[in-house]
Design a protein around this ligand. Structure first.
Ligand code: EPZ
Length: 428
């Protein structure tokens, strides 16, 4: 397993091209199952999770053409997906366990073929992460849902029919599964308490290009009028707001200045507000966002919430930043039950963090010290990289495959802006 070595203390300056959003790419790839015509996606990030989703779709019978590695410093590849006929309706355990977002093929498969067998994803490091809301939504649309030997077996031999779906909890991929299925259901579907994340909006906009009829895009109430079939489309994937927020915090933690090309302020809103409170200035430029730390970092409190609240996917990164702020910060995680795995690792670097149930009290310290640390999940591992950038001495992050799932060439992008950072290949 590869590691990353970071020698802290460098100030980051320069421009970083923000890649297409991982969490928009995954549902968009799955949407190719909804039509027998080609879906052409551009600005596709080159990430392990995208490769995993593409191989799953390939097993289901989707023809995939991927071309063009981006020029150095640029991002985004073009992927064309064509599900002329879906030859297999099973998403196997060995793929789904690697990436729980594989659940996103459930809705499109049932809508297109009338059947799907998708392995239960199982939990992951940040929580049990059930899929009961996904199953309930499809049941509402008329699918017979059964669980047998670890698989969800969904059947709708006479097709799906529109319904009212009320989500008791905001669920991002649950909303995406229900919305994709509803585009081919007979009649009208309303989704109440729908997720409003920019990635959900991006998927909805692509579905409309494919001929779907969706009202209320961007709101928590979606109305979908089903169609007999969808057509192909061409769509460019929205920039990754979590990557942008991560790099904004990299600029702040090194007291540097980064221009994030392609980043959109309206997608970072709550995080930008909190960062401003902490003393980080974020201004819009013609190409994206300019981020710099205007002097002393101050402690700021955050509570993670569904969009437009502070994103849970930036919680770990914010904790790393607050570890060296002056004053204290209270960080409360309300979305997942176990998303503080980065805390013991940050403590090993000298951070002063106390956990009380779902809140962490962070008391800023003057300096962190490099250490050997372990990555546990995607966002926890990048928070350790941020801490390493600011720490005195060397930090070695092990198990960086977690990082590769969600960040495209992280060490290259940061090294190009002055970070002393390199990947250490594991002995073959
Ligand atoms: C999406 O996961 C993202 N993944 C996650 O990003 C992100 O952290 C999360 O949304 C919250 O924003 C993708 O989009 C691929 P949820 P998702 O359903 O959809 C509970 C990353 O780092 N719930 O919105 O799986 C659930 O346990 C990843 O990029 C149920 O109880 O999250 C959680 O407490 C990590 N039953 C809450 O809802 C269900 O059927 C929100 O989860 C579904 C969810």
């Amino acid at each position: 397993m590869d590691s990353i070595r970071i020698r802290g203390g460098q100030t980051l300056r320069g421009k970083i091209h923000i890649s297409g959003a991982k969490n928009a790419s995954l549902p968009l790839l799955a949407a190719s199952l909804l039509t027998d015509e080609p879906l052409a996606l551009s600005n596709v990030p080159h990430l392990v999770d995208i490769v995993t989703m593409a191989s799953l779709l390939g097993q289901l019978g989707v023809d995939i053409k991927l071309n063009g590695m981006p020029a150095a410093g640029r991002t985004g590849r073009r992927m064309e997906l064509k599900a002329s006929n879906v030859s297999n309706i099973t998403a196997p355990y060995d793929l789904v366990r690697k990436m729980r977002a594989s659940i996103l093929v459930l809705g499109p498969l049932v809508a297109r073929t009338g059947e799907a067998r998708v392995s239960l994803p199982g939990g992951c490091a940040i929580g049990s992460r059930p899929v009961d809301l996904h199953m309930g939504a499809l049941r509402k649309l008329g699918a017979e849902m059964e669980l047998d030997s670890g698989y969800i077996h969904a059947r709708a031999p006479h097709g799906l029919r529109g319904a009212e779906i009320v989500f008791p909890t905001v669920t991002v991929t649950g909303t995406e599964n229900a919305m994709m299925a509803a585009t081919l259901a007979k009649g009208e579907t309303t989704i109440v308490n729908a997720a409003r994340e920019p990635e959900v909006v991006d998927l909805a906009q692509c579905l409309v290009k494919m001929g779907a009829e969706i009202d209320g895009i961007g709101s928590d109430r979606l109305r979908i009028t089903g169609k007999d079939k969808l057509r192909g489309a061409i769509h460019s994937i929205v920039p990754d707001r979590i990557e942008a927020g991560t790099f904004a915090m990299a600029a702040a933690i090194t007291e540097g200045e980064l221009e994030l090309i392609g980043a959109k302020l309206e997608h970072l809103n709550s995080a930008a507000i909190v960062l401003n409170e902490a003393g980080v200035t974020i201004t819009e430029t013609s190409e994206g966002l300019l981020v710099k730390c205007a002097g002393i970092l101050r402690g700021a409190d955050i509570m993670t919430e569904p969009f437009p609240g502070f994103p849970t996917d930036l919680q770990a990164q914010m904790m790393a930043l607050m570890s060296i702020a002056s004053g204290a910060s209270m960080i409360t995680e309300t979305i997942f039950e176990n998303r503080f795995m980065h805390v013991p690792e940050l403590r090993r670097m000298g951070a002063n963090i106390t956990i009380h149930n779902s809140s962490a009290l962070v008391r800023g310290v003057p300096i962190l010290r490099g250490a050997e640390v372990m990555a546990t999940d995607l966002r926890a591992s990048v928070s350790l990289a941020l801490a390493g950038l600011a720490a005195k001495g060397d930090t070695i992050i092990n198990r960086v495959y977690h990082l590769d799932r969600g960040y495209e060439r992280l060490e290259e992008k940061l090294a190009a802006c002055g970070a002393d950072m390199e990947r250490i290949k594991a002995a073959a």
